[in-house]
Design a protein around this ligand. Structure first.
Ligand SMILES: Nc1nc2c(ncn2[C@@H]2O[C@H](COP(=O)(O)OP(=O)(O)O)[C@@H](O)[C@H]2O)c(=O)[nH]1
Ligand SMILES: [Mg+2]
Length: 247
């Protein structure tokens, strides 16, 4: 049985052709591929586009897919952030279950005002040193990075140097776009890492800085949404570069 991709809409939409004069006597319209005939004066004969709405929509919309690594010490909240983000806030993990391997979460993010979307493949990695070492061959070359520490645990912040070195070893000299996330902002009375110190560290490593509470969907979504946005910008820049090389 066929699937109605047009959702009941008429198969073609009609719009006046906006193309200028054509040089030959016969040419195909680049928008709707319809053959059109020029007049003796070189003007095109007016015609109406016959556009396939499904084809048009597919051509205009871009769906990108990006891998994003979540790294940081054990118990800083990486898995909770992933679960909250991918379940739209439905799932907050109260009890701690140690992540032993790389766990995959996916989430498709629509980028506002662009008509495009980015599907994030979140690779939630173990924070324990030995397990992390055993798993890092599964990362491949990192595309996006979300480095997490716990605002109430100084050691988890100091460990970010080590995580960054590990990322550099994998990135083969390429710059990895990423964010540094200070999590558990709701535990304000137990906070030990000052805002300025975390911001400075992030700036030194060219990472954007966010503070989150995995208990609140808005704050915990912000760093991952900004990574999706960054990824789309990188894609658009590379398209622009390719276009400029071809013209
Ligand atoms: N209060 C508070 N607890 C959190 C937050 N994020 C995670 N937790 C708790 O911290 C513990 C460890 O979280 P988990 O996501 O498993 O850490 P991971 O080892 O980095 O993946 C769990 O008991 C979570 O409920 C947060 O933002 N605020
Ligand atoms: Mg975990």
């Amino acid at each position: 049985m066929g699937i109605d991709l047009t959702n009941g809409a008429p198969p073609y939409s009609r719009a006046p052709c906006a193309l200028g004069p054509i040089s030959g006597s016969v040419a195909a319209c680049v928008r709707c591929s319809r053959r059109r005939r020029g007049t003796r004066s070189g003007q095109q004969e007016p015609h109406q586009h016959q556009l396939d709405p499904v084809r048009e929509a597919v051509e205009e919309m871009v769906k990108l897919r990006s891998k994003c690594l979540l790294l940081g010490d054990a118990a800083v909240g990486k898995s909770t952030l992933c679960q909250m983000f991918s379940s739209d806030g439905v799932h907050f993990q109260r009890s701690y279950t140690m992540t032993a391997g790389v766990e995959l979460f996916t989430k498709c993010v629509s980028i506002a005002d662009s008509g495009h979307s980015v599907e994030l493949y979140l690779l939630d990695c173990p924070g324990k040193e030995l397990l992390a070492e055993a798993c890092d061959h599964m990362w491949g070359a990192p595309w996006l990075l979300c480095l997490v520490f716990d605002l109430s645990n100084e050691q988890s912040f100091l460990s970010c140097d080590r995580w960054m070195e590990r990322i550099k070893a994998h990135s083969l000299g390429n710059t990895v776009s990423g964010v540094l996330v200070g999590n558990k902002s709701d535990l304000s009375e137990r906070r030990v890492v000052p805002l300025e110190q975390a911001q400075d560290w992030a700036q030194t490593h060219t990472l954007a800085y966010h503070e989150t509470s995995a208990k609140e969907l808005d704050t915990c979504s912000a760093p991952l949404l900004s990574l999706a946005q960054t990824y789309l910008s990188l894609y658009e820049q590379s398209c622009e570069t390719s276009r400029s090389l071809l013209t």
